[in-house]
Design a protein around this ligand. Structure first.
Ligand SMILES: C[S@@+](CC[C@H](N)C(=O)[O-])C[C@H]1O[C@@H](n2cnc3c(N)ncnc32)[C@H](O)[C@@H]1O
Length: 496
């Protein structure tokens, strides 16, 4: 493999031209600082939010991929640490090369053959250098338990087949059904060889790797398994690495979306959305999605923010950590859910105390029925919640009573004129009907369409109008009985 110093990227197969953007980014080397393109998977629907966060925290413009749920942005290697602090991204990878219009051949055999050639001609050096640097950063931050330290090496060294870090790594999370992606590994067998000890000579170690192919599009003549297998085989031969599906050091990503092909190296072992919750419930929301919802409502200093159906507390907990100048009230009618929230809050507080943080989290947890909240009228700035979809939680039938009751009670506690609500639901029909029956207490501002566990859902941003509560016939509570006042026992069980 030839090096890429200052020149154009090495060509792919004869007919394939790398995109100008990627060759610029991947080849810009200035001393030890390399400019590279980072790819990030984000909750689908919140790509713009993630791009905003990147602009705010790293100061660069992110490109949103046509493949929903991904963004790409350039960084220099000294900014790599900041990338791991982003709150709206799930998984990170460094781009080796990208092709916006990959001219796939008609026949499967030709296409797979070309992919094998591609593996040997890609400009791997910078991406591998970044992968090594990433390992060093993660160890410094204490992410990893074992392995030897690595340092950023020159581009030439970075292509070395030996890698010092061989600690056991967890399998990355399978891509969510929402992204309808197929995961496939390049190897037929999982290796189970013992891990090298920390003292072992780096030279004695062989890099273990796997290839994961994510493919979307119906015009391909090959499966993701076949692409991963053949491309992986060529990578193995080229670098003399050892394929291992479970204990790999390097995960090479082959992302194919219609005509777009992006080859990357993973920089996260498990999704960054797994940061807050230790006590899970049946419908725990990803922290990255919670972050996106919170950003939508723009919390201000001293805002009172209410999640009246908090479940495990994922939303208010993310808020109390990331937007901690506001105060969060978390409640649920189910005692198991309330316990989970309390445990999750305690867990994070303990973690903070261990790190020497003196202050606790601005959050309180209460058991209540949201249709009858023990909260003063007009005293809440923002209501933010994930409503029962009526699938895994509650039922569609109950939603017809629950949604109007809860929208009415939320309107009562929310400050007229300035109050906001950010509500997630998949039961769009019921939600839309309920809003239309609110007598103008709520105005719909914006809807973000998201994918939650494969379900197409809406995050509705509502504004509390200036209408005074209790003045219209619609505000008068219809006598339906208390909805789910004792907590729906079935509601907190996973349905088969
Ligand atoms: C979709 S779940 C929320 C999940 C939560 N966002 C999480 O990450 O764990 C909806 C929650 O609403 C609660 N709930 C349903 N009816 C309620 C009511 N009348 N009052 C309060 N909570 C209710 C359920 O117990 C459930 O925990």
């Amino acid at each position: 493999m030839s090096s890429q110093e200052g020149g154009a990227a090495e060509p792919g197969p004869d007919t394939v031209g790398p995109s100008p953007s990627s060759s610029t980014n991947n080849d810009a080397v200035t001393g030890d600082v390399i400019t590279i393109t980072i790819g990030a998977t984000v909750p689908t629907g919140f790509e713009l939010t993630a791009a905003e966060e990147v602009k705010e925290k790293i100061g660069v413009d992110a490109r949103i991929s046509k493949d929903r749920g991904r963004i790409y942005f350039p960084i220099t290697t000294n900014e790599l640490f900041q990338v791991h602090l982003l709150k709206s991204v799930d998984n990170l990878f460094v781009v080796v090369e990208e092709y916006h219009l990959y001219p796939f051949k008609e026949s499967k055999e030709e296409t797979l053959m070309e992919m094998m050639q591609l593996a040997t001609t890609l400009p791997w050096a910078n991406a591998l250098a970044v992968w090594k640097l990433n390992g060093t950063l993660k160890k410094k931050k204490g992410y990893r338990k074992g392995g030897n330290g690595t340092k950023v090496k020159s581009k030439r060294e970075a292509t070395d087949a030996t890698v010092a870090d061989t600690e056991q790594q967890e399998l990355p999370q399978a891509a969510s059904a929402a992204e309808s992606q197929t995961k496939a590994e390049s190897t037929a067998e999982a290796e189970t060889s013992a891990q090298d000890s920390e003292e072992a000579e780096p030279e004695a170690k062989v890099t273990k790797f796997r290839v994961t192919c994510n493919r979307a599009g119906d015009k391909h003549s090959f499966t993701s398994n076949e692409a991963a297998r053949d491309f992986g085989g060529a990578v193995q031969e080229f670098f003399q690495w050892k394929a291992d599906m479970t204990k790999f050091d390097i995960e090479v990503l082959l992302n194919i979306h219609n005509d777009e092909v992006v080859i990357g190296i993973a920089l996260t072992e498990e999704s960054l959305h797994r940061r807050n919750i230790s006590h899970f419930g049946p419908t725990t929301l990803r922290s990255t999605l919670c972050y996106g919802m919170l950003r939508l409502c723009k919390p201000q200093v001293s805002d009172i923010i209410l999640d009246p159906m908090c479940g495990t507390g994922a939303i208010p907990l993310e808020g109390a950590i990331e937007f901690n100048s506001s105060f969060y009230l978390a409640g649920d009618n189910n005692d198991m859910a309330v316990n989970r929230t309390v445990n999750n809050v305690c867990h994070i507080q303990r973690r903070m105390a261990e790190k020497g943080s003196a202050s606790g989290l601005p959050i309180d947890t209460v058991q209540w029925d949201l249709c009858n909240l023990p909260i003063r009228t007009g005293s809440v700035d923002i209501v933010i919640t994930d409503m029962p979809f009526g699938k895994r939680m509650g039922s569609r039938k109950k939603n017809w009573d629950l949604y109007p009751s809860c929208l009415r009670e939320m309107a009562r506690v929310c400050t007229p004129g300035t109050g906001k609500a950010v509500l997630l639901t998949q039961d769009k029909k019921c939600f839309t009907k309920a809003i239309s029956r609110m007598g103008g207490l709520w105005r719909r501002l914006h809807t973000v369409w998201v994918n939650v566990g494969g379900l197409h859902a809406g995050v509705y941003l509502l504004k509390r109008t200036g209408a005074v509560f209790g003045q219209t016939p619609e505000d008068i509570h219809e006598s339906r009985g208390t909805v789910n006042a004792q907590g729906d026992e079935n509601g907190d069980k996973e349905l088969s």
